[in-house]
Design a binder for this molecule. Structure first.
Ligand code: ATP
Ligand code: MG
Length: 577
């Protein structure tokens, strides 16, 4: 492609609406344009990357034996009523009426539609297993669309759904998809981890997310440094009970005045103890409208996903209001403690390992010091209710956890029979009896991947594409071509030769200053840059630079194609093409 024919502008300025680097760079390089909140147009440059992502996904899905379909974006409400999600799905579901006042939704996902197809087409166990996938537009009316295409409202997803006659077959299908995902993300040149994930309200048996590691990621993941290779979403990672026995009490119980000191930081500073020596009581709503206290160590955080699974606790988790806490305990939040507390209490394992600790006295402006379980207050039920922290032992059994940030680009899930039961999707088994099918579902955020790749690969000057996702392989930059006919000629010749040799080349034939061309080339981030200048031609050389390199190389003109081929083979990210 000739850059002169490309009418989308690049910009130097950082767009003020873009918080994360990938969003900034995608706008600056002219890959996407915003139409409305969370709704974007893909420009020709951006679309080339998106198509490369799609191609890799399609190839690996096909290779894994999945069958491509294309389902409608607009879905009749009846199917959603049948599955029960018409009521359950919140305001993220965009509902609309047609001219006959019939209800429809714009699909945020396609379990209902595919299960409808499956119940009509799949009649016998002999047709199983089957796996259908599509690469298609979804709409979710996200409460906070942000980070550009990373969390859009309209976005492209690859969603696949498999159907099986048994749990064993589902497990096999799931394992095959997992392997296909590992291949895809590896081919895309991304640094990623499959992590164990919460199965959420669907309550299936197994679920893993594929997380691209990046500091700006919305998800926290716990990763082991040990041989167990354990990795899980922070929501899910179990915090093990401390192995060592609790220390014996050595301090006497004392009530101390802590005027106005409500937060753990203030209390710890005021009493000159570590936050890890204090007890924090979190008051949550119970499912019968009362409150439940969950005690965690002062320096630990409550884990909402774990907490909402505790018997009696409302799900989804809601923190109790000040009024509810006052009504239930007779005390102000900020001074709560387990001694004499008038509501049910759970305690996290690490909180139960404390001896001689500090906690609220259930009296305004007062705390206790030297508190000990068993001696001063009965020991509550021990639970895992906190987020793991760096340094915790790995639940995988070997190693220590570190906390990293990730961008969820894929999610695979064993659904079991949730949808096939609701929609009565069954086949006849060997003995002619109806058998409700087992299902798996497998999503990938196609548009999100482009942003995630940039989030992981950039520098101060711009994008550094992983080679397999770059809109073009090579940018060819003639300098001052209008004044030097031989520069013009050679550039045209190279453009034709490189293209014929199978490279995707962007020829910067714009009548622009060298500085502008170099800046744009770095911003757009194509892997290989070749500069054609008068001086170079006179020396029989071309100037080459890889986007990751900081120095130019001088290549003999006639060796360009051979050397570029070498580079592509050597590049670990390009090798899989
Ligand atoms: P998230 O926790 O990020 O909201 P999700 O659990 O809702 O994701 P799934 O329903 O599993 O996501 O969808 C499959 C994939 O689609 C996700 O792994 C993610 O990569 C992508 N995805 C989900 N929501 C969005 C969005 N709003 N914008 C872009 N991609 C998205
Ligand atoms: Mg979501």
């Amino acid at each position: 492609m000739r850059w002169s024919r490309y009418p989308i502008n690049t910009t130097k300025e950082t767009p003020s609406e873009a918080e994360v680097i990938s969003h900034q760079l995608m706008l600056r390089a002219g890959l996407i344009r915003r139409l409305a909140a969370g709704i974007y147009t893909w420009t020709p440059f951006g679309l080339r990357s998106l198509r490369k992502v799609e191609r890799i996904i399609r190839e690996e899905m096909d290779r894994a034996g999945a069958l491509e379909v294309l389902m409608p974006a607009v879905q009749p409400a009846e199917l959603w009523q049948e599955s029960g999600r018409w009521e359950q799905y919140g305001p993220e579901l965009l509902r609309l009426k047609d001219r006959h006042q019939r209800d429809f939704v714009i699909g945020p996902t396609h379990e209902e539609v595919i299960t409808d197809l499956a119940r009509r087409e799949l009649k016998s166990y002999r047709q199983l297993p089957a796996n259908f996938y599509q690469i298609q537009v979804k709409f979710r009316d996200e409460i906070r669309p942000r980070f550009g295409v990373m969390r859009g409202r309209e976005f492209i997803m690859k969603d696949a759904y498999s159907f099986h006659a048994s749990q064993e077959s589902l497990q096999e299908g799931y394992d095959a998809m997992r392997a296909a995902y590992v291949r895809m993300f590896t081919r895309m040149g991304l640094e990623f981890r499959p992590v164990k994930a919460d199965t959420g309200s669907i309550g299936g048996t197994a679920s893993e997310e594929f997380q691209v590691l990046a500091d700006s990621g919305e998800d926290a993941i716990a990763v082991s440094d040990g041989a167990d290779h354990y990795a899980a979403n922070l929501e899910l990672a179990p915090a093990l009970a401390p192995a060592a026995a609790r220390a014996a009490p050595s301090a006497t119980l004392a009530k101390v005045a802590t005027p106005g000191k409500r937060s753990i930081e203030d209390v710890a500073a005021f009493l000159n103890v570590a936050a890890a020596q204090t007890l924090k009581l979190l008051m949550v709503e119970s499912s019968d409208g009362g409150v439940i206290a969950i005690a965690v160590r002062g320096d630990h955080e409550l884990n909402a996903v774990k907490a909402q699974k505790l018997p009696g606790v409302a799900s989804p988790l809601r923190m109790a209001s000040r009024e509810a806490v006052l009504a239930a305990t007779g005390c102000e939040p900020g001074f709560l403690g387990p001694i004499g507390l008038r509501c049910p209490v759970y305690a996290d394992h690490a909180a139960l390992a404390l001896a001689d600790f500090v906690c609220g006295a259930n009296e305004i402006d007062h705390h206790y010091t030297g508190v000990n379980w068993g001696r001063d207050v009965p020991q509550p039920q021990a639970v895992d209710a906190r987020n793991v922290v760096a340094g915790d032992p790995s639940p995988g059994g070997a190693g220590t956890l570190a906390i990293r940030r990730g961008i969820e680009v894929g999610h695979i899930f064993q659904l079991g029979r949730k949808y096939s039961e609701a929609l009565q999707a069954s086949v006849l088994d060997e003995s002619g009896k109806p058998l409700v099918m087992f299902m798996g579902c497998y999503g990938i955020g196609v548009t999100r991947i482009v942003a995630a790749a940039i989030e992981q690969n950039h520098d101060a000057a711009g994008i550094i594409w992983p080679e397999p996702l770059a809109p073009f392989d090579v940018v060819l930059v003639p300098l001052n071509a209008t004044k030097a006919p031989k520069v013009q000629e050679l550039s045209e010749q190279l453009y034709a030769e490189l293209t014929a040799a199978g490279f995707e080349v962007l020829l910067d034939d714009r009548d622009a200053r060298p500085g502008v061309k170099f800046a744009d080339a770095e911003l757009l981030g194509l892997p290989h840059r070749i500069v054609v200048s008068e001086r170079g031609i006179d020396a029989g050389q071309l100037e080459y630079r890889h986007r990751r390199a900081s120095e130019n190389e001088h290549w003999p003109m006639q060796e360009v194609i051979a050397r570029l081929r070498e580079r592509r083979r050597d590049d670990p990210q390009g090798g899989a093409r």
